[in-house]
Design a protein around this ligand. Structure first.
Ligand code: UD1
Ligand code: UDP
Length: 353
């Protein structure tokens, strides 16, 4: 059997987590030879290496150091370096995840030299083109040949843009990743002890999105919102380096918030398992809150993950309350999304000579 070579492009924290689930699923497909390319968009040990270690992600074959800088600088540097790798490796396809600058750079570098692009987490839309992520997703979807969607709404979004070929709904690979983490973290309560929240109510918070951190007035409002929430229960805030830099630069010390460095995936799931509330602007955490059946307040003005709002588990910070009775979300699947993706990738590669 002729093996097909696939290059997986990752660079940011949520991509390591998604790639871990699919790399694991690829092991059942001997016809696929996968190599990982790490752009270096995220580079601190607790934003990168920890996920490779905890989740057993194969060591990247190519490790670039292209983090930092403006959007144009970062994407441009990645585009140039990835093209060199693609020309040398001659993969049968490349695999991209989500909506970061690494996603777009991978997609553009590949399509221009006629290498097929496979996009996992295709079709998400916030309909806010001021978000860098929205531009990255729209462009990546336009040039992808195989589009693996987490929800029916994401399939419908693609249809509305005229993209129907190669589109499949597979469920959410973050659900698979969460089930894997829950299995590993069942009895780990050392962290809760360390943070002084064992058997106590507390909330978990993360915030890093450009739309929240780039605008000082909005950032101040969000911090005030969190300080207000902290009057009901302590908030453990795992601070992304971008937000840490901003707090330091502006000399802000939020009241009632316990600031900690970013934690590994298993520790984050320990916190989710034991908390009472999630406060976040993260795409991943909105769904992980639901997977743990914890209410979530999303600190954004819209979300791509509208199912979580409709099912009553998530609400925007501007809304007064959650939306009715809490329900389940069938679209996210049964934890088999990564297996479905791997099967579809294998079938897709068979069509390429
Ligand atoms: C990026 C993605 C965002 C995603 C997030 C996941 C884009 C446009 N944005 O945002 O969609 O939700 O990753 O976490 O791709 N930094 C460090 N150490 C690191 C990583 C970042 O210090 O390991 C600092 C650097 O100063 C860097 C800044 O954070 O310039 C922003 O990092 P960047 O990757 O540009 O954007 P994120 O906010 O992480
Ligand atoms: N996460 C983590 N440690 C942290 C904060 C987040 O492991 O300190 C995980 C979280 O569980 C989720 C993913 O990182 O799976 C989300 O990444 P992020 O919020 O950076 O990006 P987004 O999902 O918004 O693109």
């Amino acid at each position: 059997m002729a093996r097909k070579k696939i290059l997986t492009i990752v660079g940011a924290r949520p991509q390591f987590i998604k790639a871990a689930a699919i790399s694991r699923a690829f092991r059942a497909f001997p016809d696929i030879e996968e190599h990982i390319v790490h752009t270096g968009q995220h580079y601190d040990a607790n934003m990168s290496d920890i996920f490779f270690e905890e989740l057993g992600i194969p060591t990247p074959k190519h490790r670039l150091e292209l983090g930092g800088g403006s959007h144009g600088q970062m994407t441009g540097r990645m585009l140039e370096a990835l093209e060199v790798i693609f020309l040398d490796e001659k993969p049968d396809a490349i695999l991209i995840y989500g909506d970061t600058n690494s996603t777009l750079a991978g997609a553009l570098a590949a399509v221009k030299i006629h290498i097929p692009v496979i996009h996992v987490e295709a079709g998400l839309r916030s309909f806010n083109r001021k978000m860098p992520e929205e531009i990255n997703r729209i462009l990546s979807d336009q040039v992808s040949e195989l589009l693996l969607c987490p929800t029916q709404i994401s399939v419908d979004n693609l249809k509305a843009e005229g993209i129907e070929n190669g589109v499949h709904m597979v469920g959410d690979v973050m659900h698979d990743a969460t089930l894997f983490a829950i299995d590993k973290t069942k009895s780990n309560t050392d962290l809760l002890d360390k943070l002084g929240v064992k058997d106590k109510p507390f909330a978990v918070c993360t915030m890093h999105r450009a739309e929240n951190t780039d605008n000082p007035e909005r950032f101040d409002k969000l911090i005030a919102f969190l300080e207000n929430q902290a009057q009901d229960r302590p908030i453990i805030f795992a601070v992304h380096p971008r937000t840490r830099q901003l707090l330091a630069k502006r000399g802000i010390v939020p009241k009632g918030l316990q600031l900690i460095d970013p934690v590994g995936y298993f520790d984050l799931h320990t916190l989710l398992q034991h908390c009472d509330l999630v406060l976040t602007d993260s795409g991943g955490l909105q769904k992980e809150a639901y997977f743990h059946r914890k209410p979530c307040i999303t600190m954004r003005d819209e979300t791509e993950w509208v199912e979580t709002i409709e099912a009553g588990w998530n609400r925007l910070w501007t809304a007064d309350d959650w939306h009715g009775k809490r329900g389940t979300i069938a679209d996210y699947g049964l934890g088999d999304a990564a297996d479905l993706c791997a099967g579809l990738v294998s079938d897709f590669l068979k069509t390429k000579q």
